[in-house]
Ligand binder design. Structure first.
Ligand code: PMP
Length: 358
């Protein structure tokens, strides 16, 4: 159908997001392992912060997010002046595309890379350029080969979603060093906290003028429902992003809860340790059933089946039992299912159900 008023080129190439189900007809004890959420739930410290700020709902929030930036800065030893907060890292990704790309420019993402990179590029009028991966791992040389004078951004999630694989600091450093000056490298560290000792690329941001690191409160911090993310970037990038950012893009209760969560290191450590323990257990139990996965560095496992039909049949089987996992055919991984690492009882249920399926 054609309308007199049409969106700009690229918009109609975006498919509206199909939200995954969170309940199953006739099943009361549904376990949602489809969105990489923290099975421990939100930290008590964040709930308390929400209660504390409930009386402020009629007020507009702080527009500079100074208190949250200060807290992130203290915890991660980063300059608060070079931090910016957004409504989830989704909004930060979108702001970066809005500010740095447009018609005639290209945005590089990888074959199995997170969907928002392509969507945000198209929404900004830019052309997304997909680059192959090597055995479900980001390939630095393939990215460098794809760079042209039109390229403005390269998005790399590290760890990556939905593969769970990651690049080492040397490979990331080489990518940043070999990109031409007109290209910004966006390191998406949504799952960085799951990797002990990994700084999400912060040191690389300090070393170079062309690297941005994005982070989120949706994963290890257990606050996906609040929509808070942040980025650490060179001062010139922060200045640009603050020009496109809406003045009240993050609500006060969200800011307060995120601040409490980032200071709650005990919660983060416990979440990381539990995730590591159950991820190892889950991958091993699946392998014993003949379902292989790459070594995951995040809070999910990408389970490989023989073919698409088997993966889909397994997902149907799990869903009928109230176990929700993610199909990733849209990520060009049709024979795989992404399973979030749940608590011990959930992981046991998944393995038991897959054993029955097999
Ligand atoms: N980056 C990656 C790699 C992700 O997997 C996600 C969440 N699915 C996000 C960014 C966005 O997270 P949020 O907007 O909740 O911060």
């Amino acid at each position: 159908m054609s309308h007199a008023i049409e969106p700009k080129a690229g918009i109609l190439e975006i498919s509206p997001y199909q939200g995954g189900a969170s309940h199953v007809e006739g099943v009361s004890d549904v376990v949602k392992l489809s969105s990489n959420e923290n099975p421990l739930g939100p930290p008590e410290s964040a709930r308390e912060a929400l209660r504390r700020t409930a009386h402020l709902l009629h007020r507009y929030p702080s527009s500079d997010h100074a208190s949250l930036r200060q807290a992130i800065g203290e915890v991660h030893k980063l300059d608060p002046e070079r931090l910016i907060c957004g409504a989830g890292s989704d909004e930060i990704i979108s702001m970066i595309c809005q500010a740095y790309t447009g018609p005639g420019t290209e945005v590089i993402h990888t074959e199995h890379g997170f969907a928002m990179y392509r969507i945000s590029a198209l929404a900004s009028g830019a052309t997304p350029v997909e680059v192959r991966e090597h055995e479900r791992k980001v390939d630095v040389d393939a990215i460098l080969d794809a760079v042209s004078f039109r390229t403005r951004l390269v998005f790399v999630a590290n760890p990556a979603n939905p593969t769970g694989t990651m690049l080492g600091n040397n490979e990331l450093g080489r990518l940043a060093a070999e990109l031409p000056d007109h290209v910004l490298l966006v390191l998406d560290g949504a799952y960085a906290e799951y990797v002990e000792g990994y700084d999400g690329g912060a040191k690389l941001v300090d070393k170079r003028e062309n690297v941005v690191m994005t982070r989120t409160f949706s994963k290890i911090y257990g606050l996906g429902g609040l929509r808070v993310g942040w980025a650490y970037a060179p001062a010139h990038v922060i200045d640009v992003l603050n020009r496109v950012r809406g003045p009240f893009n993050v609500g006060e209760p969200q800011l307060a809860a995120a601040e409490a969560a980032v200071r709650d290191r005990e919660f983060v450590e416990r979440s990381r340790a539990e995730n590591s323990r159950m991820r190892t257990w889950l991958a091993k139990a699946l392998a014993e059933l003949g379902v292989m996965s790459d070594t995951s560095t995040a809070n999910f496992v990408l389970a490989r089946f023989d073919n698409e039909a088997e993966a889909n049949a397994c997902e149907d089987h799990l869903r009928a039992e109230g176990l929700l996992v993610r199909r990733v055919a849209g990520y060009k991984l049709p024979n795989c299912l992404r399973i979030t690492v749940g608590d011990e009882a959930s992981c046991r249920r998944v393995v038991h159900s897959i054993a029955q399926f097999k």
